[in-house]
Design a protein around this ligand. Structure first.
Ligand SMILES: NC(=O)c1ccc[n+]([C@@H]2O[C@H](COP(=O)([O-])OP(=O)(O)OC[C@H]3O[C@@H](n4cnc5c(N)ncnc54)[C@H](O)[C@@H]3O)[C@@H](O)[C@H]2O)c1
Length: 306
């Protein structure tokens, strides 16, 4: 078996497929022979991806889906089954990034949004896809978590809690369904060079300058690296990998550092995307952000944004 045939004949459902990481996973899975259901809140963007040159025509289906909405999930999974007749792989990749705020100031709506999309959405998708997987006696669920499931940074409570919950959901799926031939694994990337980060920080060079120094590897990750790890986890080569998490963060969480005395609040955490809004758009211009970043001080490594 080669990378080109690792997923031959399998059907993979990918949520948040229109984002950079979802796109990279879709391209990698397609190259490995999988048929794809590309789900995203942004149905048009998922449709453009399905028609792109990286994906073989006729083997991918794009559908609008809100993973946090039970009815939307059930409708969408039914449509996937109607088209393909089976689901072998689910990649829970969709995620919401909420505004940075210390816990005392987190609006309940922001907390709920992160939990609803990142955790409940993954549960709803898994529950719907586990039914056909059980019948087939095989299946793989891959939950895209984050290094922020393991560590956190000031101001990121909703996102971090939702991603930490995803690790627990992964273990539960693994234990509850291992005897039915189903595996569940999670992947925890560090910061990855994506539109999510360039929208928050600036050009790729600015993103690299802001974040790479915090990584022992001296750089942040690439979407293709996440896709390569997802391909391994989805394939039979990972047949004995179940209930575990793969951290891929260039050594970020392996390192222990002592924060400076000023660290400890979202305001001075050093996080380069502290002005993120719920839509991921910065509230102010780049000059403002740059000034504010210079003042930020805080922890002795730049806070991760993943
Ligand atoms: N980019 C990073 O640095 C980084 C680091 C670690 C982990 N991650 C994780 O990787 C995954 C993909 O990240 P990305 O950078 O490509 O993100 P992104 O924001 O570019 O893409 C996320 C996609 O999810 C979709 N989405 C949002 N809410 C949805 C909903 N309710 N239903 C369906 N789709 C919805 C969005 O439309 C978007 O296309 C996420 O789970 C993210 O938390 C990213």
């Amino acid at each position: 078996m080669t990378d080109q045939s690792a997923l031959s004949g399998r059907i993979a459902v990918i949520t948040g497929a229109a984002g950079d990481i979802g796109h990279a996973i879709a391209a990698r899975f397609a190259a490995a022979g999988a048929g794809l259901a590309l789900l995203d809140l942004d149905a048009d963007a998922a449709g453009r991806l399905a028609q792109g040159s990286e994906l073989p025509p006729g083997r991918s289906l794009a559908l609008g889906c809100d993973v946090s909405d039970e009815a939307s999930v059930e409708r969408t999974v039914a449509a996937v089954l109607e088209r393909f007749g089976r689901i072998d792989i689910l990649v829970n990749n969709a995620a919401a990034l909420t505004p940075l705020a210390p816990v005392a100031d987190v609006p309940a709506a922001a907390w709920r949004q992160a939990i609803d999309v990142n955790l409940t959405g993954a549960f709803l998708m898994a529950r719907a896809c586990l039914r056909p997987m059980r019948k087939a006696g095989r299946g793989v669920v891959i939950n895209i978590a984050s290094q922020l499931a393991h560590v956190t940074t000031p101001g990121r409570a909703p996102y971090s809690a939702s991603k930490a919950g995803l690790l627990s959901l992964t273990r539960s799926i693994a234990l509850d369904h291992a005897a039915e031939g189903i595996r569940a694994v999670s992947l925890s990337p560090g910061a990855v060079m994506t539109g999510r980060l360039t929208r928050l920080i600036g050009s790729p060079d600015e993103v690299a300058a802001a974040l790479a120094p915090g990584y022992p590897a001296g750089r942040i990750g690439r979407p293709e690296e996440v896709a390569a790890a997802a391909l391994f986890l989805a394939s039979d080569a990972a047949g004995f990998v179940n209930g575990s998490d793969l951290v891929m963060d260039g050594g970020y969480t392996a390192r222990s550092v002592r924060p400076r005395a000023s660290a400890g609040s979202a305001r001075d955490s050093g996080c380069r995307c502290r002005r993120a809004t719920s839509t991921g758009a910065p509230r102010t211009g780049r000059a403002d952000r740059a000034r504010s970043d210079t003042r930020s001080g805080g922890a002795s490594r730049p806070a991760p944004c993943g």
